[in-house]
Design a protein around this ligand. Structure first.
Ligand SMILES: [Zn+2]
Length: 289
C-alpha cells in the first residue's frame, strides 16, 4: 500500500512537469508569483513526496525527521528525472530556432555552441539556466525581459529550494499528525461543534468545572449543547471543538482551537490559543450522528 502510493505520486511528480512543458510549453518549475516565490516548484515538490507520506500514515508508520529527509530526496529525484526526460524530448526547429518536443525529431544533442560545446544533458541544462530570458510583470503586464547568467543561477537555486520546501511541507503535515504510541496507530480526528467567541470565557469556566464531576460524559455534553452554535455559517469567530481519538484504545482528546476570520473572509486558526482535555469516547457519537 505504502509503496504503491509512493510510486503513484512519484510518477505524477515526474509526469506533470513533462506534460505541462510538452503540451503547454511552460516550465512549471519556473512558474512563480511575485517573482520570488517559486509556486510551481513548491507544488511539484509537494506532490512528489505526498504519496510517500500518505503511505506512511495509511500503514500507521510513525513519520520522523528521517522520513522527511527521504521525502525531500524523492522530490529532488522526481525533479531531475522530469528535467532529464524533457531534455530527451527537446528538439530544435532549424528554420525558426524554436524548441519542440518529439520522440523522433531533430534532437538538441545534434547541436552545439562555442561556449557550451555539444548540448548533452549537463551542457544544455547549463545553457538553459544561463540564457532563459526572465520577464518581469506588473499587474499581468510584462514590463521587462532580460537574460543574465548570475540571475539565472539565483533563480534556479530559488526553484530548487521551492522543491525542497514543497516536500518538507507535506512531510511536516504528516509529522504533526497525532499518533497513539500504545497502539502504534495514527489517531483520527473529527470536527465536533462550535462555541461562539464571546461565550468562550463562560463556556470554558463551566466546562473545566465539569471535568471534576463524577458523571463527566453527561455533564460536559449538556454544557456543550447549551453553548454550541453554528458560527461557521454565520461567519463569526468561534472556538472549534475537535475530537482526536485512537480507534483501538478509544483514548480521546477534545481539542479546542480559536477560529478567526482573516482579511480574505476565511477562517484561520489563532495559534496563541490552545485548550485540550481528555474526554469520554462515547461523547463523539453525539456529535457525529
Ligand atoms: Zn491507542
Amino acid at each position: 500500500m505504502g509503496i504503491i502510493l509512493t510510486f503513484l505520486f512519484l510518477i505524477l511528480g515526474i509526469g506533470l512537469p513533462i506534460a505541462v512543458q510538452v503540451f503547454m510549453n511552460i516550465d512549471i518549475f519556473h512558474f512563480s508569483v511575485f517573482f520570488i516565490i517559486p509556486i510551481g516548484a513548491i507544488i511539484i515538490g509537494f506532490i512528489s513526496a505526498k504519496g510517500y507520506f500518505s503511505g506512511k500514515i495509511k500503514t500507521n508508520t510513525l513519520v520522523t525527521k528521517k522520513h522527511i529527509l527521504i521525502g525531500i530526496l524523492i522530490a529532488i529525484f522526481c525533479a531531475i528525472s522530469s528535467k532529464y526526460i524533457i531534455y530527451t524530448l527537446t528538439c530544435l526547429d532549424e528554420t525558426t530556432y524554436e524548441y519542440y518536443y518529439s520522440l523522433d525529431g531533430d534532437h538538441i544533442s545534434n547541436y552545439s555552441s562555442d561556449e557550451y560545446e555539444s548540448f548533452d544533458f549537463v551542457n544544455f541544462t547549463k545553457y538553459s539556466i544561463e540564457n532563459t530570458p526572465i520577464s518581469f510583470s506588473r499587474r499581468s503586464r510584462t514590463i521587462g525581459t532580460f537574460t543574465n547568467s548570475t540571475f539565472g543561477w539565483i533563480y534556479e537555486v530559488i526553484c530548487f529550494l521551492g522543491i525542497i520546501f514543497g516536500a518538507y511541507w507535506t512531510g511536516s503535515i504528516a509529522l504533526e499528525k497525532p499518533y497513539c504510541n500504545n497502539c502504534n496507530l495514527y489517531k483520527k480526528s473529527l470536527k465536533g461543534f462550535e462555541i461562539p467567541f464571546d461565550k468562550g470565557p463562560e463556556f470554558f469556566e463551566a466546562f473545566k468545572s465539569s471535568i471534576n464531576t463524577v458523571d463527566l460524559g453527561t455533564t460536559s455534553k449538556s454544557i456543550i449543547n447549551q453553548y454550541k452554535s453554528n458560527c461557521k455559517k454565520s461567519k463569526s469567530p468561534h472556538y472549534l471543538g475537535t475530537f482526536i481519538y485512537c480507534e483501538s484504545c478509544k483514548f480521546t482528546i477534545l481539542k479546542f482551537t480559536l477560529q478567526e476570520l482573516n482579511s480574505k473572509g476565511r477562517f484561520e486558526e489563532n495559534d496563541d490559543f490552545e485548550f485540550n482535555c481528555n474526554i469520554d469516547y462515547n461523547i463523539i457519537n453525539e456529535y457525529t450522528a
